[in-house]
Design a protein around this ligand. Structure first.
Ligand code: TRP
Length: 450
């Protein structure tokens, strides 16, 4: 794909696989379990699910329909729908969020790749040492940076070739493989002695554990996991053909993403309790718990370990390229850069922003920015919990109160007549009232807590 000729997705299932590939990633398997663990378990999960249904699915349809209608990157899309206004700033904020997210995402992606080769270390240690292996690795100054660079290089290579080639093909095979492997690990996890406490932590809600901070985190996580609020789905929608069924596809993508996140929790929490680990341990949770599960499996654990981290890497790459694609699509469309120049330049800048995130785990771990968070967590907090929900909120206000839900419904339903779900008064009601009011309440609650 050269310069300004825009490709389109090959098939409907290919688009769903690519969009679900964007959504399903480290957010589901790494972040969802550890955030759920930090904010108390089942009650957090319920709030998360409410946000997915009431806020995120409408936002997903909205982003896709704006993208398909305009065939533009987020900034270009808002400029086209609302010329001579400042709405394009919403798209610009999204692109900034993409920058920030990808910088730390690539660091964690690097961890995932490196773990493909670590089965020797964590298996030999019999599992107890899984935590030491992890901490030893992320606190070292150089190795994580090398993996971060490799991860970023892979993303640059793919985005340079054009997102719509390749990704479709691999997503269709590897996503189901990931699900099957997770099911095997869930069975192992729930049959470990002492795992039932984990199940009850994950499935029995205790609402007294829920804080305003936790509710905001659930909101941020829902946006993050579904790749919303920064124009990622606007960009992916811009490669959609006119006969694609946006309302139904939104459900499929959101459903697949949510199921995989829920499965990840089922895989992690029983094992966390079985091994006497701390559910609120933070970003290391998955990287410590899952290897401990493999170590408990005997020799076959090596095989599953290598397979799991390979699939996790793949899931992370399909998400990361969607982030890089958004940033690059902007420079290609608006600044008329070549695809190559955009991907290489932006890839390198994003890599550099990731460097302090990685060093913040070890040599710079004394640097705390927001509320005691290290550099990586602080960037994540600002991007996920503030920029993404704010971007989603402004987009809903734009559609609901400026551009008009009638136009959105008309644009979104094109191609949807072949049966299935269509956008209608329910969508309009969510977009105009329910979702924005919910977001305002969450923000106010969070601010009042300070
Ligand atoms: N959703 C991805 C994950 O869960 C991450 C991601 C990809 C993302 N594109 C995004 C997050 C756009 C926010 C916005 O791992």
């Amino acid at each position: 794909m050269e310069n300004n000729t825009r490709g389109t997705w090959g098939t409907r299932i290919g688009f769903i696989a690519a969009a679900a590939g964007s959504a399903v990633g480290l957010g589901n398997i790494w972040k969802f379990p550890y955030i759920t663990g930090m904010y108390g378990g089942a009650a957090f999960v319920i709030v998360y699910l409410l946000f997915v249904v009431l806020v995120c699915i409408p936002v997903m349809s909205s982003e896709l329909l704006i993208g398909r209608l305009t065939s533009k990157n987020p900034v270009g899309a808002f400029k086209e729908l609302a010329p001579k206004s400042s709405w394009w700033l919403v798209g610009a904020m999204g692109i900034l969020a993409g920058f920030i997210i990808l910088s730390f995402y690539s660091v964690i992606g690097g961890w995932a790749i490196s773990y493909i080769f670590k089965s020797g270390a964590y298996m030999a240690s019999g599992g107890e040492n899984a935590a030491n292996v992890f901490v030893g690795f992320i606190t070292s100054p150089v190795a994580p940076l090398v993996w971060h660079a490799i991860f970023m290089a892979i993303c640059i290579g793919i985005v340079m070739a054009g997102v719509e080639k390749g990704i479709e093909k691999y997503s269709k095979i590897l996503m189901p493989a990931l699900i099957v492997l997770m099911l095997i690990l869930i069975i192992r996890s729930v049959t470990l002695p002492g795992s039932t406490a984990g199940l009850s932590f994950y499935l029995n809600p205790d609402f007294s554990k829920l804080s305003a901070e936790g509710i905001l985190a659930a909101l941020g996580q829902a946006f993050f996991s579904l790749s919303l609020g920064m124009g990622c789905m606007i960009t992916y929608g811009s490669y959609l053909k006119k006969d694609s069924n946006i309302p139904t596809d939104s459900y499929w993508i959101s459903g697949a993403d949510t199921v995989i996140a829920l499965l990840a929790g089922l895989m992690i929490f029983p094992a966390v309790f079985a091994f006497g680990l701390e559910p609120g341990a933070g970003p290391g949770l998955t990287f410590i718990t899952v290897p401990a599960v493999f170590a408990s499996m005997g020799a076959i654990g090596h095989f599953f370990g290598i397979l799991f981290f390979t699939l996790l890497t793949f899931a992370a790459v399909t998400s990361a390229i969607s982030l890089l694609e958004v940033v690059c699509a902007y420079f290609i469309d608006e600044a008329k850069w070549s695809r190559k120049k955009a991907t290489v330049t932006m890839g390198i800048i994003i890599f550099l922003i990731g460097v302090p995130c990685s060093l913040g785990q070890g040599v710079w771990s004394h640097i705390k920015i927001i509320g005691g968070r290290d550099i990586l967590d602080s960037l994540d907090f600002v991007a996920s919990n503030i920029f993404l929900p704010l971007g989603g909120f402004l987009m809903l206000i734009f559609i609901g109160w400026f551009w008009g839900t009638d136009k959105a419904i008309k644009a979104g339903n094109e191609g949807a007549a072949k049966g299935g779900i269509t956008l209608g008064s329910g969508y309009a009601f969510l977009v105009k009232y329910v979702a924005p009011i919910a977001l305002i309440i969450v923000f106010i609650m969070k601010v009042m807590e300070f």
